[in-house]
Design a protein around this ligand. Sequence first.
Ligand SMILES: [Zn+2]
Ligand SMILES: [Zn+2]
Length: 108
Amino acid sequence: MMFCPNCGSLMQPVAPSRFKCSSCGYESSSSGGGRVVLGQRIKHKEREKIIVIDDTKRTSNPIVKDVRCPSCGWNEAEYWIMQTRRADEPPTRFYRCTKCGKVWREYE
Ligand SMILES: [Zn+2]
Ligand SMILES: [Zn+2]
């Protein structure tokens, strides 16, 4: 077994006594006169910037019309989804009444 000196991934044999890293593309020969073939270093793409959603501006939230406000009985509310508990549990859907502003939540 060989491990990539660049990134530490397990290298796969691609030819007799030649190994290539499937993660970064580094290539080397394990024997054959000690000749080492350097693979191209593949630049990792920069991660796209994460768009931060400002949770205080809720005017752009989608609106559902099949709900019932527990406060005033209105049937239209904005909703958004938040992971409020452990990651292995389903996220919670929150509603806000477009009429009276009441916020409530519903488990999916
Ligand atoms: Zn590698
Ligand atoms: Zn309401």
